[in-house]
Design a protein around this ligand. Sequence first.
Ligand SMILES: [Zn+2]
Length: 54
Amino acid sequence: MEVRCSLCGKIDVITKIHKDYMKIARSNTTYVCEMCQNKVRFNAMDKNKPKKPM
Ligand SMILES: [Zn+2]
């Protein structure tokens, strides 16, 4: 399945082993690539925003 990162626009191909595959396939959850996830996590920590642990 091809997904586009909603932050940087990069196209990634994910398979069923991807941890968010079901979520994305089922409900069109926006996909964020690994690189941006790290960035977001870093920013979230910076803002001390509550976020559910993955
Ligand atoms: Zn990205």
